[in-house]
Every structure is written in structure tokens, then in C-alpha cells.
Design a protein around this ligand. Structure first.
Ligand code: GDP
Length: 195
């Protein structure tokens, strides 16, 4: 998809603030610091619309970006950071559960993970949760530029096996640095929102 327009609609702290236009929505989930904001910026050709390196533990919001007036990205708060209080974790759980179970225009989730390492406990728990809820998932394994091409198949296998991915779920190698995987990711997103 050629992105000609992308804008932040709202950083929502409460479901009452979620956009009501009912455009198909793709939510992005990933461990804090995995590279989720960088992926969004690369997908929409913006250097800094989705802010990078946000501090863990700050107010948790779901950020809604409208793209070309035809779909919305919902950027969920990062999960799995080690040093936050129980209260912050509980708030993350409440917000995410409410969003994932009640958002009627949700077309699917883009789960962002780090290609370099085996999926973390939190990555695995998130994937299992999404499967349990019956939500379609695309996995984007980012930071592909940080390992050599020859190692990609091995790391891809590590992700698939670590998450116990269903064979029908797409796994896309991505790099926000080089743009690797961008077209493939847009085409999978296109498939989800037209289903
Ligand atoms: P977020 O917390 O998941 O939104 O992560 P960010 O997008 O802020 O990225 C965290 C760090 O990883 C930043 O220093 C980014 O520059 C870096 N980063 C993110 N994606 C990539 C990538 O594809 N390749 C490389 N080399 N670095 C990346």
C-alpha cells in the first residue's frame, strides 16, 4: 500500500476515547523496546510520528493512527518490561483485555518480536492469548538487519517453534532500518482488512 496520509487521532487512556469511525483496525503488540514504534514509522514513511523509546512505566495509552482514511493502527502499550509495579502490570492487563475482547472493528493483531532472540515468556503468553481469543495474528520479526542473511532461516525457525505458531499465521522478517519486509507486511495487512 502506498501511504499518502497518516495521522495520530488520539492517545487514549479510556475506551470511551477510542475512535468511533469503525474503520478496520490492526492492533500492534510487542515487548517494550522491541522496535514497535520504529516499525510503525517505517510502515507509514514517517520519521517520528510514533514516538520511539518511550519510557516503560509511563501512562499507558493506546495510540490510534488513521492511515489513508481507510484503516487504523492501534498501538498498544508495550508488554513485559521487568521493572514496573504490579499496579502498572494490572492496568496493562485490564486495558489490553478490554480492547482485545470488545473492539468490534479489530481485523487482527500485528505481534512484533525480535528476530535475534528466542521469543520471551511474555511473547509466548501474548501469542497464546490471541489464539485463545480467536484473533488473527501476523508476526513481524524485526531487527533483521542485525543478523546476517545466512542466519535468517535458523532464526525464523526459532521464532516459529518458540511461539508454536500455527502454520497459517504469516511470519515476516522486518527491518525498520532497511525497510526489509515492508511490502510483504502491507500485503498481509491488506488481506486481513479485506477478509
Ligand atoms: P518500542 O519501545 O517497541 O516502540 O521500540 P523502538 O521503536 O523505540 O525501538 C527501540 C530501539 O531499537 C531504538 O533504539 C531503535 O532505533 C532500535 N530499532 C528498532 N527497530 C530496529 C531495526 O529494525 N533495526 C535496528 N538496527 N534497530 C532497530
Amino acid at each position: 500500500m502506498k501511504v499518502t496520509q497518516a495521522e495520530l487521532i488520539i492517545s487514549a487512556v479510556d475506551p470511551r476515547q477510542y475512535p468511533e469511525d469503525a474503520l478496520p483496525e490492526i492492533a500492534l503488540a510487542g515487548r517494550s523496546n522491541v522496535g514497535k514504534s520504529s516499525l510503525i514509522n517505517r510502515m507509514i514513511h514517517r520519521k517520528n510520528l510514533a514516538r520511539t523509546s518511550s519510557k516503560p512505566g509511563k501512562t499507558q495509552t493506546i495510540n490510534f493512527y488513521r492511515i489513508n482514511g481507510v484503516l487504523t493502527f492501534a498501538d498498544m502499550p508495550g508488554y513485559g518490561f521487568a521493572k514496573v509495579s504490579k499496579a502498572v502490570r494490572a492496568a496493562w492487563g485490564r486495558m489490553s483485555e478490554q480492547y482485545l475482547t470488545q473492539r468490534h472493528n479489530l481485523a487482527g493483531i500485528l505481534q512484533v518480536i525480535d528476530l535475534r532472540h528466542p521469543p520471551t515468556k511474555d511473547d509466548i503468553a501474548m501469542y497464546e492469548w490471541l489464539k485463545h481469543l480467536g484473533i488473527p495474528v501476523i508476526v513481524a520479526a524485526t531487527k533483521a538487519d542485525k543478523i546476517t542473511r545466512g542466519q535468517w532461516p535458523k532464526h525464523k525457525k526459532q521464532v516459529k517453534e518458540g511461539l508454536q505458531m500455527e502454520p497459517k499465521d504469516p511470519l515476516i522478517l522486518f527491518s525498520s532500518q532497511t525497510g526489509q519486509g515492508k511490502e510483504e507486511l502491507w500485503s498481509e495487512i491488506g488481506r486481513l482488512i479485506s477478509d
